[in-house]
Design a protein around this ligand. Structure first.
Ligand code: TXA
Ligand code: MG
Length: 316
């Protein structure tokens, strides 16, 4: 069953049945989320989670986010500190992930959490995914649907380009956010491990405390240590003008259009830029450029998350 490729716009009952059947039988399916596409399997099943690690070539020290339909479902597996419920009410379902302490009798497979005492949980918003989550009685382990270290997919085609016909892909359109969820660690105090569209000042407002962005020297978020989001060609950041023979990523109206210029948002809208970033990196790579130059992106709001991903993509 797992080598079916299906690309659909709406989840009709026949396809829905197929997806649920696959997931119940330890199979994997690529599903749309509002952030990026994910590669889903039963988070309680060793067999399913093992398949995720294998097909992504993901280091087994890197735990996977567990996706639930509501906090009631998650209460079997994790403890909720009071800040969690406040943040949940403000932002969920939506593009935010919480690191919480795992319950001793949780059914989550050890592979899912890479043997840690904590779990990353998320409540995604995409309608298609919510429909599936509401019809199964287990949560979904779901990393971004790309090979480890590569750029995350923001449309169904980018998933199938990476995995071919091995994985069934459910097409839910272009991802609205285009960057992975904000990861907030609530296991001791509150800190942000990965910036996203929900930013620190929004979180600060809800919890009434100053939030720090933790640069992970310790292995708090193992995925953050790995060279990520690489389009496979050198990237130079904060340039004032494009280098020769390079694709030029810009924002705003300041730079003249030409075939080598890829504008993330002419209106200088950072949300639009975030939505276009991964797609642009993938397009540039496909066009066989040898390098990429990127102008300075304002480091405010979601610009912080854009710069985080660009820095990782540029790291050698
Ligand atoms: O938007 C998203 O979060 C997407 C969609 C598909 O939901 N998923 C995603 O998953 O980005 P992934 O596996 O690509 O990134 C998960 C990040 C990794 O950096 C991982 O190390 C971190 O979350 N993580 C997972 N469990 C953790 C834990 N217990 N403690 C600290 N970090 C954790
Ligand atoms: Mg990822």
């Amino acid at each position: 069953m797992t080598n079916i490729y299906s690309n659909i716009k709406k989840l009709n009952s026949k396809i829905q049945f197929k997806v649920i059947h696959l997931l119940k039988n330890d199979g994997l399916v690529a599903l749309p989320t509002e952030t990026v596409y994910g590669l889903a399997g039963n988070a309680y099943s060793r067999k399913a989670v093992n398949k995720i690690f294998k097909i992504k070539n993901r280091p087994r020290i890197n735990p996977i986010i567990v996706h639930y339909s509501s906090f009631k479902d998650a209460s079997k597996d994790v403890f909720f500190p009071k800040e969690f419920l406040r943040l949940y009410r403000s932002f969920c379902p939506g593009p935010i992930t919480f690191i919480l302490k795992k319950k001793k009798y949780s059914n989550l497979n050890k592979l899912t959490t890479a043997g840690l005492e904590s779990v990353a949980i998320r409540f995604p918003k995409h309608k298609v995914l919510r429909k599936i989550l509401n019809k199964i009685n287990f949560p979904l382990a779901m990393p971004s649907a790309n090979k480890s270290g590569k750029v995350s997919p923001t449309c169904a085609e980018h998933v199938s380009n990476q995995f071919g016909k091995k994985i069934m892909v459910i097409d839910g359109g272009n991802s609205k956010v285009g960057l992975e969820s904000t990861v907030v660690d609530l296991t001791s105090g509150i800190s942000i491990l990965r910036p996203g569209i929900i930013n620190s000042s929004q979180i600060q407002k809800i919890v009434g405390k100053k939030i720090i962005y933790k640069k992970s020297k310790k292995i708090r978020s193992p995925g953050n240590l790995i060279n990520h989001y690489s389009p496979g060609i050198p990237i130079k950041l904060n340039v004032k003008k494009a280098e020769k023979n390079s694709a030029f990523i810009t924002i705003g109206k300041k730079f003249k259009k030409n075939k080598d210029v890829y504008n993330l948002s002419e209106k200088s809208n950072l949300e639009e830029a975030a939505k276009n970033l991964y797609k642009t990196l993938i397009t540039i790579k496909k066009k066989k450029y040898k390098k990429i130059s990127v102008v300075k992106i304002p480091n405010i709001g979601v610009g912080i998350a854009i710069n985080d991903r660009l820095k990782r993509a540029a790291a050698k």
